[in-house]
Write a protein that binds this ligand. Structure first.
Ligand code: NIG
Ligand code: FE
Length: 382
């Protein structure tokens, strides 16, 4: 069965040969896009959806979230908004709540936030473990995540588990040994929070290298709270992405510009921790590939909204609306090393987000307004 979405006023394809098509149509067959072009030349289809002149774009690709958790951290957010600084130590609060939760509770939470994101136009979501920090709890988190997405990341190295506070080296041995054995079959990626108070450069290298030996591709929480070795380590190891990139030296920017690692910026974290935003302009001008993602988690960034991240990136991080929307779609796909999502072209997955506005620029121009009017995921209207 074929569906045509026609009368699209402005279609952002992210495809170099198609560009942005005015008065466009998209034909979907099964899970994939079969045809893209001017509406008056569209082939016939069984089902016709009239976009009535509004804008369409690829479904957002949120390449960084932490959805397997229980509880929330409202009190911590309140304290921050009265002047207390963000501390990675708050992760322990969520670890305790997550360990105490049942599988069904965690599963329902992941489903809830993925559905919330989908309503806001997100059709691909990466998500991580990292609030279990035992062999059992980390592997359970990954199994639960894998029931909802193919993009699953092992983050046993989020912080040193409380039980190992006096012996971090033993925790790194656990993360690179029995925990990795239990987790590798359920994940595609390995991640580490390389930061003061979490894992230093040597520990991060050991964790990422061990994961890579088991077939997991590295990605790194890098340079979020301070300058540090995370970004350059990510580039050196050929990580798919260095995430946060808030505190960068010129050498970090050069490394990202010259390497293959995507710089994934997470403005929800700076918004919610009242920190200075990363400088997207500096990265783009240097030639780095930039992705935008939510970092959705109960501590530092409790938003599932890619439109929110786009609006903040445009207002606060020096991105143009076009750059931000591309970073939230094609950029996320590159950070996940995917070429079937993040673009609308024949053969790509039929993930299409239709807006209620004439242009995707409105995602930044009309912040906070629910502008997504319809979403197709794998060819199915949701
Ligand atoms: O990406 N930085 C480390 N991890 C999360 C925060 C997790 C939390 O505070 O619960 C992040 O911001
Ligand atoms: Fe994160």
């Amino acid at each position: 069965m074929a569906t045509v979405i026609t009368n699209i006023g402005s279609l952002l394809t992210n495809d170099p040969s198609l560009g942005t098509v005015e008065d466009a149509a998209v034909v979907i067959e099964g899970e994939h896009i079969a045809w893209v072009g001017p509406a008056d030349r569209a082939p016939a289809a069984d089902v016709r959806h009239d976009a009535r002149g509004r804008a369409a774009l690829p479904g957002f690709v949120d390449s960084h979230s932490h959805l397997v958790f229980a509880g929330d951290r409202t009190a911590e957010f309140n304290a921050r908004m009265s002047g207390r600084p963000y501390s990675a130590g708050g992760i322990r609060t969520t670890v305790a709540a997550t360990r105490a939760a049942t599988d069904a509770e965690l599963d329902a939470n992941v489903a809830r936030y993925i559905a919330e994101a989908l309503r806001q136009g997100t059709t691909t979501v990466e998500t991580k473990s990292g609030y279990g920090l035992t062999v059992e709890d980390e592997s359970r988190a990954l199994r639960i995540a894998a029931a909802h997405t193919d993009e699953v990341t092992y983050l046993g190295a989020h912080i040193v588990a409380p039980e190992y506070a006096d012996d971090p080296a033993a925790y790194v041995d656990l993360v690179t040994g029995p925990m990795l054995d239990a987790c590798a079959p359920h994940a595609r990626w390995v991640d580490v929070f390389c930061e003061q108070g979490a894992f230093d450069g040597d520990q991060a290298r050991a964790i990422l290298t061990a994961g890579a030996k088991r077939g997991l591709v590295p990605r790194v929480h890098a340079n979020q709270l301070h300058h540090g070795p995370g970004v350059r380590l990510a580039v050196e190891l050929g990580a798919a992405s260095a995430d946060h990139c808030t505190h960068l030296t010129d050498a970090d920017v050069d490394a990202l510009a010259q390497g293959t690692t995507v710089a994934t910026l997470l403005p929800g974290a700076e918004f919610s921790t009242r920190a200075a935003y990363p400088d997207a302009r500096r990265l783009l001008d240097a030639g780095a590939t930039v992705a935008l993602s939510t970092d959705c988690n109960p501590g530092s960034s409790f938003t599932s909204s890619m439109p929110f991240c786009i609006a903040v990136a445009v207002r606060e991080m020096g991105m143009t609306p076009d750059e931000a929307v591309v970073a939230a779609t094609l950029g996320g796909a590159k950070a996940l090393r995917r070429d079937d999502v993040g673009r609308i072209a024949p053969g790509a997955r039929a993930d299409v987000t239709l807006l209620d506005t004439p242009s995707h620029v409105h995602l930044a121009y009309r912040p906070g307004v629910p502008l997504v009017s319809a979403v197709w995921q794998r060819g199915v209207p949701v």
